[in-house]
Design a protein around this ligand. Structure first.
Ligand code: ARG
Length: 457
């Protein structure tokens, strides 16, 4: 136990297996940069406050910078018996510079230190994730603009409902991602608060200056309660929640791309570089990327549930259980970034099939609602118009026809109010362009929304 930073009160060494079981170094070493940055700020403040000698601060800062270089060069030897990243770095510092290194932890605990490190880490990742969201939103705008005017069927219950613009469909995902970005930005506000200075749980007896540390580390705020500072993982939960919603959106989009890639739909052709073949069936081109993103949504939900469950019964303040926060958090960050990156490229490169989409848009009685609306304009109450068109659809089904094939004489079997101006109402273009209210699928509307989206970024 003599090699441990906390060895004083122990007489027996830690069991080897327990040492490995309790260690977090294998996954928290990715916090090395944040840990060193935090320690430099802490030491600088201790020096300014006269809590430790300024010569020691100098040695600490120099030593920590050397350790940083070593870690980045891959020459730092991480030790499991030193448990975590905090003690690995601190022990190495003391081995390098002696007593000065041993003064670094004055007025600090690993409890507020780890809270600081995770916040610093997540803060940067949130900014990166927002940038990835921008990339995917740009790809959606690109597809929407490239294919302006392409009509496709809109679905409810996965049954043909009404014709819509393909661009309108792309911009629907743009809206979702914009909200996702808003959630990430919101999460950043609550992540961007300095917890250091809480000590183990109750604060510290030393005359520290937390506001100064906040300034050095660019935190706009400091936490207001030491117990809460070391117990709170809300910010990580908020991130995992926002990430779950974001992945849910990507999963829905994946599902549509998979469906649209089938030989039955043939609405889109994903680039070969985002698909794989089959080892037995020579004709296959499988949409692996959207399938995998749909599948990875499961682990992101799982991570949220894991972290919620870790936190649910913990008494204040720090408990070792909380070491289990890191893997779900890191895995969520990695999964979300990877999924957004691959989606941004895949969406930009996908090619759509306007002919197939257009054919499908005009089939399946997709303009039935337009006929009903036409009758309303001729004075029929909507419910009666609905009944009339329902009968015309039944006639079509019985005669294996679709709405565009009905003659004027046939239309007039169902209502005397129908005249030859009906034909101009039931083209897919007329159907789409008649939906002009804010948020509708009319071409002029969708164009305006694309412009708005471009200005808004
Ligand atoms: N490795 C620990 C964690 O990730 C650091 C904090 C340890 N604090 C303690 N009192 N054991 O949570």
């Amino acid at each position: 136990s003599k090699d441990k930073l906390w060895g004083g009160r122990f007489t027996q060494p830690t069991d080897k297996f327990v040492e490995e079981f309790t260690a977090s170094i294998n996954f928290d070493k990715r916090l090395y940069h944040q840990d060193i940055r935090g320690s430099i700020a802490h030491a600088t403040m201790l020096g300014k406050q006269g809590i430790i000698p300024l010569e020691d601060v100098e040695l600490i800062v120099k030593g920590l910078k050397e350790i940083l270089e070593q870690i980045e060069a891959g020459t730092f030897d991480f030790s499991v018996s030193l448990e975590d990243i905090h003690m690995n770095i601190e022990a190495r510092l003391s081995a390098k510079i002696g007593d000065a290194g041993k003064r670094l932890h004055t007025g600090r605990s690993r409890n507020d230190q780890v809270a600081l490190d995770i916040r610093l880490y997540l803060r940067d990742e949130l900014v990166e994730i927002s940038a990835y969201l921008d990339l995917l939103m740009d790809s959606l705008i690109y597809q929407a603009e490239e294919n302006l005017g392409v009509v496709m069927p809109g679905f409810t219950h996965l049954q043909t409902a009404q014709p819509i613009l393909f661009s309108h469909h792309m911009m629907a995902y743009h809206e979702m991602l914009k909200r996702d970005k808003g959630r990430m930005e919101d999460c950043l506000k609550r992540t961007n608060v300095l917890p250091l200075g809480a000590g183990a749980l109750a604060g510290t007896t030393f005359p520290i200056d937390r506001e100064h540390v906040a300034e050095l580390l660019e935190f706009p705020e400091v936490t207001r309660n030491s117990l809460d500072s070391v117990s709170d993982r809300d910010f990580a939960l908020e991130f995992c929640s926002a990430a779950s919603i974001l992945m849910m959106h990507l999963s829905r989009f994946s599902e549509e791309l998979i469906l649209w890639s089938t030989s039955e739909f043939k609405f889109v052709d994903l680039s070969d570089s985002f698909c794989t073949g089959s080892s037995i069936m020579p004709q296959k081109k499988n949409p692996d990327v959207p399938e995998l993103v749909r599948g990875k949504t499961g682990r992101v939900y799982g991570n949220l549930m894991a972290l919620l469950t870790v936190m649910k019964s913990l008494p204040l303040a720090y408990n070792k259980d909380m070491q289990e926060d890191k893997e779900p958090l890191f895995d969520t960050i990695d999964t979300v970034k990877g999924s957004l990156k691959v989606f941004a490229d895949m969406v930009r490169e996908m090619r759509i099939n306007p002919t197939r989409m257009g054919q499908a848009a005009g089939a399946g009685f997709s303009t039935a609602t337009d006929v009903a609306d036409y009758l309303v304009r001729k004075g029929l109450p909507f419910r009666d118009a609905h009944e009339v068109v329902g009968k015309a659809v039944r006639y079509c089904i019985e005669n294996e026809m679709d709405i565009p094939e009905l003659s004027l004489a046939e239309w007039q079997l169902f209502s005397g109010k129908i005249d030859k101006d009906i034909f101009a109402c039931i083209t897919v273009e007329a159907s789409v362009n008649a939906r002009k209210a804010t948020g509708g699928t009319a071409l002029e509307r969708v164009k305006a929304e694309i412009e708005r989206a471009k200005e808004g970024r």
